[in-house]
Design a protein around this ligand. Structure first.
Ligand SMILES: [Zn+2]
Length: 371
């Protein structure tokens, strides 16, 4: 089957090498760990990466289910959320087990969400797309890690309206660290990407509050943008902003027209489950910089200024009479922006050169300058 010349999988996934030229990707090849893998080996590694993607997807299902609740992703072993039946290894094989079990728990016959096989397949396919885009280069490693971070962030934001720091902050560090093998310039671009992305969204957060007296952006979005900037360099930031707002706005408007909501409902807060949904009055939003509050010595105030400017929530998180934080409930027109940022990042990373070719020049500029 794998005769001399290219393996069939290699031919399918590496059209550039198929033509005997790497075209505009010469700059990528120069970073390559070993761009000229023997064809047979290249096919084997590609299949292996797909299977690895399925397995990582299976692990990410655990991340999606547990990280928002602050639970360990290592222990206990995977179990059925309904009856607590611990999964044997053969009930935990990506895709295969879900199909073999006919989407039902072997213990209690409770249905298993289609999200599990979907996440596994999605990660496997995105891994293949990364191979097609980057060949076997250092960029491929960055790409695979970025996919591994963006998939759980997307599903968690869709369900819980949060982007956990435990994923975004290590992601920012990983993005910069993974640029190291590509040289000093790549590290500089990654660090700039993280810094500029964070500051730009911090500024938008503040201006949005000043202009509209509303929380325009979720506080976690700036960490996600910083992460995307670290992986894809500052050059990708404008394109990410452009694609995410355009797609988010178009789909948001369509969803409001069709379903009356721009984003998913949040899960019911404990104790309020089953309560008839009514529009709860918005908790009152205020904004007081920590360093302007009276009763602090001057040196404390000065020390607080940089921390407040960068990290203090804008606006203040609303508190109830006892001083407890009030759960934020998404309104009908709120859009979870994280998934749109993630989608735009993946589009820029995987389709950037193609988008630059097919879009009119003024838009191509946004997506064309890529790491
Ligand atoms: Zn069960």
């Amino acid at each position: 089957m794998f005769g001399s010349g290219q393996g069939w999988i290699d031919k399918f996934w590496h059209p550039a090498t198929n033509l005997g030229t790497r075209g505009g990707e010469a700059s990528l090849a120069s970073y390559a760990m070993d761009p000229e893998l023997p064809p047979f080996l290249s096919s084997v590694v590609t299949v292996w990466l797909f299977v690895l993607g399925l397995c990582i997807g299976s692990f990410l299902n655990v991340v999606i289910a547990r990280v928002p609740h602050g639970e360990s992703i290592v222990r206990p072993r995977s179990r059925c959320p309904k009856c607590g039946h611990t999964l044997a290894w053969y009930e935990n094989i990506p895709l295969v087990s879900w199909l073999a079990l006919r989407a039902r728990c072997r213990g209690c016959k409770a249905p298993i969400s289609v999200r599990y096989p979907l996440v596994e397949l999605l990660v496997g396919l995105l891994f293949l797309a990364c191979v097609r885009r980057f060949d076997f280069s250092w960029e491929l490693v960055s790409g695979l890690v970025l996919v591994t971070l963006l998939v759980p962030l997307t599903f968690i934001d869709l369900e819980h309206w949060i982007l956990p720091f435990s994923l975004t902050v290590p992601g920012i560090i990983a993005g910069v660290a993974l640029a190291v093998p590509r040289g000093g310039e790549a590290v500089r671009d990654a660090a700039l990407g993280a810094g500029v992305g964070f500051l730009a969204f911090r500024l938008m957060e503040y201006l949005g509050w000043k202009l509209f007296r509303k929380e325009a952006l979720g506080g976690g979005d700036k960490y996600l943008v910083a992460m995307l900037g670290a992986f894809l360099s500052w050059k990708a930031l404008l394109g990410i902003l452009f694609l995410s707002s355009l797609q988010g706005a178009v789909v948001g408007v369509l969803l409001i027209a069709l379903t009356g909501r721009a984003g998913p409902r949040s899960e019911a807060p404990p104790g309020k489950e089953g309560a008839p949904e009514k529009d709860t009055p918005e908790p009152e939003l205020t904004m007081t910089w920590e360093f302007t509050r009276p009763g602090r010595p001057l040196w404390r105030r000065l020390a607080l200024v940089p921390w407040c400017l960068l990290f203090q929530p804008i606006p203040d998180e609303p508190k109830d009479e006892e001083g407890e934080e009030v759960d934020w409930v998404p309104g009908k027109t709120n859009i979870p922006f994280g998934p749109w940022l993630a989608l735009a990042g993946l589009e820029i990373m995987l389709l950037g050169p193609w988008l630059a070719r097919v879009l009119p020049p003024q838009f191509a500029m946004l997506v064309g300058t890529l790491p």
